[in-house]
Design a protein around this ligand. Structure first.
Ligand code: PEP
Length: 255
């Protein structure tokens, strides 16, 4: 059994004081839900303050990106040891980083290597654009992102990695995939690529999330699918009641 996993990607929202406020609103509701890995991924600048607020809770903290080098003359970047001092998780290869900041499968691969070397759990994002989707290229694109992103990677066990299937056309658009459609991509593409890279046992242990316009009222549809183990949530993670509702839906899917 894979434990459900729900992460909130706050993107470039929330100053430190706003972030503190949001977290204090969320903590009681999140703490009341057991049996789900709950993770908040605020902007870098908020991490120190939020790490302090989450101390003593079972809520995990993640960054949204990082550089692959441990240190160096890389103005504006944040290194794996800096992230690892505060976080357990790091989102890598999010489609917004691929689209706007030149992230490629090769840079994702370097970052995944670096994350694992620093005992961070990478949440690796893959997913096709609308053009690729409409051209029927979903499986080919997602398979390539998985293979190239994970080339040369070794895992101690399946809990060392999380994958998020995020069709780009569903992110922030209000047009979510269907549960069945997303499940098919996870089953037919993502777990196949995981099995080729890590063997069949580990491929069954890795948590695979769906992301793209997940809200309180559609989350259960995804969590009901056998190959979907949770969600990476953008917009709805910025409102405490909405995010708590999604986490509750993940817990209910296990009942
Ligand atoms: C995301 O940013 O990863 C995401 C899935 O966003 P949204 O939930 O807003 O579509």
């Amino acid at each position: 059994m894979r434990k459900p996993f729900v992460a909130g990607n706050w993107k470039m929202y929330k100053t430190v004081s706003e972030a503190r406020h949001l977290v204090s609103e969320m903590v009681p509701g999140l703490q009341a839900v057991s049996g789900v890995d709950k993770v908040l991924c605020p902007p870098f600048i908020d991490l120190l303050a939020i790490a302090a607020l989450l101390e003593g809770t079972d809520i995990g903290l993640g960054a949204q990106n990082m550089h692959w080098e441990a240190s160096g003359a890389f103005t504006g970047e944040v290194s794996p040891p800096m992230v690892a001092e505060l976080c357990k998780y790091v989102i890598l290869g999010h489609s917004e980083r691929r689209a706007y900041f030149g992230e490629t499968d090769a840079t994702v691969n370097r970052k995944v290597q670096a994350a694992l070397a620093h005992n961070l759990v990478p949440i690796v994002c893959v997913g096709e654009t609308l053009t690729e989707y409409e051209a029927g290229r979903t499986n080919e694109v997602v398979f390539r992102q998985m293979k190239l992103g994970l080339t040369g990677i070794e895992l101690p066990d399946g809990n060392a990695l999380v994958v998020a299937y995020e069709p780009v056309w569903a992110i922030g658009t209000g047009r979510a995939a269907t549960g069945k459609g997303a499940n098919a991509v996870v089953a037919d593409v993502i777990r196949v690529a995981l099995a080729e890279q890590f063997g069949s046992q580990v491929s069954q242990e890795v948590r695979v999330l769906y992301g793209g316009s997940v809200k309180g009222d559609n989350a259960a549809e995804f969590f009901a699918e056998p190959e979907i183990d949770g969600a990476l949530v953008g917009g709805a993670s910025l409102k405490a009641p909405d995010f708590i509702r999604i986490v509750q839906a993940a817990a209910a899917s296990q009942a």
